[in-house]
Design a protein around this ligand. Structure first.
Ligand SMILES: NC(=O)c1ccc[n+]([C@@H]2O[C@H](COP(=O)([O-])OP(=O)(O)OC[C@H]3O[C@@H](n4cnc5c(N)ncnc54)[C@H](OP(=O)(O)O)[C@@H]3O)[C@@H](O)[C@H]2O)c1
Length: 333
């Protein structure tokens, strides 16, 4: 079996208190973790960035282990714990979904690692994993999208958004994407949105959706924005439609009067009912297999906004919060 020299200290980004991007501290002397039973020590080559990292940084989800946030990365196994790691061995390339990816090395449960399939370009597995898995569960589990459904995707040029546009095209849905700039709208169209609306400039999003759908409204709303779209969602959802809220980039979603949905026999699926880990249940390996097969079958492309060095993590978070990113952001340790 291959063996690799593992240093005792590493570069990484740590937070010692919750707050703005300034709390992200680049360190060059963090201890390299040791893999326990059932764990793999992975040398991360690419770290996937997600908007949820901001919720971790600001304390919405509580403290991170060793102050290191970040949910996913791709790299090579350099050592394994004694037992409980199945077929994984040092030298294997994996992509993983766990905690503590803002570092050169992470000890991750073998149950949450997946072999990088042949033919996947470097960085693309980390770029695909969290947002791709989540989008896949939204269209295939949370709501089963049918051919011809009208679907509204908010923040359609974001990471989850571009995935949704492509998956919905593959399902034969009619997609309306929203975004804040002309360039973002063009990107959403390139990835499968049939219609686009600039929700920053459009004064009456509700009327525009009604116009596009010829009064029908949308059968499904996918909303990762939360507060700013709560009211619009309640108005544009069609009879027996579904509003799926899964994020809060603008703040927690507001209340929708029960009567307003009941009158349309519409339903609301809130963030608590569809978090990624809940959606995939214990079936991580199965959903990963499905993810990479779907990518190949439907020619899914991942638009990489940029690849930043690990030492620039503050800038990464500033850019995300300033809404200046599109698609996926990667970081290289
Ligand atoms: N529940 C889960 O397990 C789960 C898993 C993955 C993702 N999510 C959620 O899905 C959403 C999208 O995640 P992502 O990683 O793909 O991010 P993203 O969409 O790439 O980035 C967020 C986008 O939200 C839009 N936005 C609207 N209002 C905003 C505001 N006030 N501040 C900042 N951004 C605003 C911006 O696009 P425009 O400029 O076009 O408005 C921005 O680019 C997030 O809410 C995230 O929490 C949830």
């Amino acid at each position: 079996m291959a063996s690799y020299l593992v240093p005792s200290i590493m570069n990484g980004v740590q937070i010692q208190r919750f707050g703005g991007p300034e709390v992200l501290q680049y360190k060059t002397d963090l201890p390299v973790p040791s893999p326990g039973y059932g764990e793999l020590l992975v040398k991360n080559d690419y770290i996937g960035i997600n908007y949820v990292d901001i919720y971790w940084r600001t304390g919405m989800f509580g403290p991170a282990r060793n102050g290191i946030i970040g949910r996913e990365a791709e790299g090579m196994i350099v050592s394994t714990g004694v037992g409980g790691v199945g077929k994984f061995k040092a030298g294997d390339r994996v992509v993983w979904l766990s905690y503590g990816s803002y570092a050169e090395y992470t000890a991750v449960p073998a149950s949450l690692a997946f072999p990088v399939p042949d033919g996947i370009e470097p960085g693309m597995a980390a770029a695909a994993l969290l947002q791709g898995l989540f989008a896949l569960t939204l269209v295939e589990k949370i709501v089963k999208v049918k051919q011809g459904d009208w679907v509204l995707v908010h923040a359609a040029a974001g990471g989850v958004g571009l995935w949704l546009c492509q998956l919905l095209r593959a399902h034969g849905a009619k997609t309306i994407g929203t975004a804040s700039t002309a360039a973002k709208l063009a990107l959403a169209k390139d990835h499968g949105a049939d219609y686009v609306i600039n929700y920053k400039e459009e004064n009456d999003l509700i009327a525009r959706v009604k116009e596009i759908t010829q009064g029908h409204g949308v059968d499904i709303v996918y909303d990762g924005i939360g507060r700013d779209q709560t009211e619009n969602n309640a108005h544009v959802v069609a009879q027996q439609g579904t509003i799926v809220t899964y994020g809060a980039t603008s703040g927690y979603p507001g209340q929708i009067a029960h009567g307003q949905l009941a009158a349309k026999k519409a339903q609301f699926v809130g963030p608590g009912e569809n978090s990624l880990m809940r959606n995939i249940g214990g079936d991580f390996q199965l959903w990963c297999t499905k993810l990479f097969r779907t990518m190949a079958k439907h020619n899914i492309t991942i638009h990489i906004h940029d690849t930043y060095p690990l030492s620039d993590m503050r800038k990464v978070h500033e850019d995300l919060e300033a809404r200046s990113t599109t698609g996926k952001v990667l970081v290289k340790p």
